[in-house]
Design a protein around this ligand. Structure first.
Ligand SMILES: NC(=O)c1ccc[n+]([C@@H]2O[C@H](COP(=O)([O-])OP(=O)(O)OC[C@H]3O[C@@H](n4cnc5c(N)ncnc54)[C@H](O)[C@@H]3O)[C@@H](O)[C@H]2O)c1
Length: 248
């Protein structure tokens, strides 16, 4: 089991589904108070109810927010601080993909992916730096696509690579504030995003069952990085891919 998060206040973006939902659930089990942040409010409310059934007494709020909208990000941080009295952890997990050949990515496609997968993390880090308590932690959810990639996901791979770089910047500037920033690079994880991937549906990208992780396994690493147990882990990019990146 990951480190203790008792009494910590956490924002988890994209928490209505997949890795984000598993992270919010584990955080609640570990005693954190959690803001379930997602642009899909209905799914976020369903996730909150599911977590409340699993963890009676869990302290949760739903904050509907498009992470690429600065005003909404500011409002979510304010709501969380007002409700729970501060902020200790931000997990920048919300993400999306566009599947097109590079020469058919439109400017709109490119901007949509970059604005959620990269800008969203920047906006939350910016707000977090203003209010986060000493001992705080930021965990950015990048991807193995930051390092190695496949066809048709140029904007996604670029955004995820830049998110690793943003993690380094946040780590350097966060350290004097007592804030750690790290990122994880998940491989294939059993969530709607994986199975909606047309590269996988069409067999362009073949994934062996043993290379598919569970959202709960990713959540464990996020919780560790968010906890004091990772107090000396700063600016790291941690692969959580079942060894997929090691294959020749
Ligand atoms: N599933 C995988 O195989 C895999 C692998 C590597 C990295 N990742 C990364 O993990 C993260 C979570 O992915 P997942 O597989 O759980 O996906 P998912 O599709 O199950 O969940 C993503 C969530 O993000 C939300 N979201 C999307 N755009 C948003 C926005 N603009 N504002 C707020 N919320 C928004 C969605 O509503 C959804 O609830 C993503 O950043 C993804 O890139 C996933």
């Amino acid at each position: 089991m990951s480190g203790d998060l008792n009494g910590r206040v956490a924002i988890v973006t994209g928490a209505a589904s997949g890795i984000g939902k598993a992270t919010a659930l584990l955080f609640a089990e570990l005693g954190a108070r959690v803001a379930i942040v997602d642009r899909d409010e209905t799914a976020a409310i369903n996730a909150k109810e599911e977590i409340e059934r699993a963890v009676p007494g869990a302290k949760l709020i739903v904050s509907q927010c498009d992470v690429s909208n600065e005003a909404q990000v500011e409002r979510t941080v304010q709501e969380t601080c007002a409700r729970f009295g501060g902020l200790d952890i931000v997990v920048n997990n919300a993400g999306l993909m566009v599947f097109k050949p590079l020469d058919r990515h439109t400017l709109e496609d490119w901007n949509r992916v970059l604005s959620v997968d990269l800008l969203g993390a920047f906006l939350f880090i910016k707000q977090a730096f203003k209010v986060m308590r000493k001992g705080g932690a930021i965990v950015n959810v990048s991807s193995v696509h930051a390092v190695e990639t496949t066809p048709l996901v140029a904007a996604y791979a670029a955004a995820k690579a830049a998110l690793v770089s943003l993690t380094h910047s946040a780590s350097i500037e966060g350290k004097p504030k007592g804030i750690r920033a790290n990122c994880i690079l998940p491989g294939a994880v059993d969530t709607p995003m994986l199975w909606n991937n047309p590269n996988i549906k069409d067999g362009l990208e073949v994934i062996h069952q043993s290379d598919v992780g569970k959202p709960e396994q990713i959540a464990e690493v996020i919780a560790f990085l968010a906890s004091d147990a990772a107090g000396f882990v700063q600016g790291a990019a941690v692969s959580v891919d079942g060894g997929r990146l090691s294959h020749l």
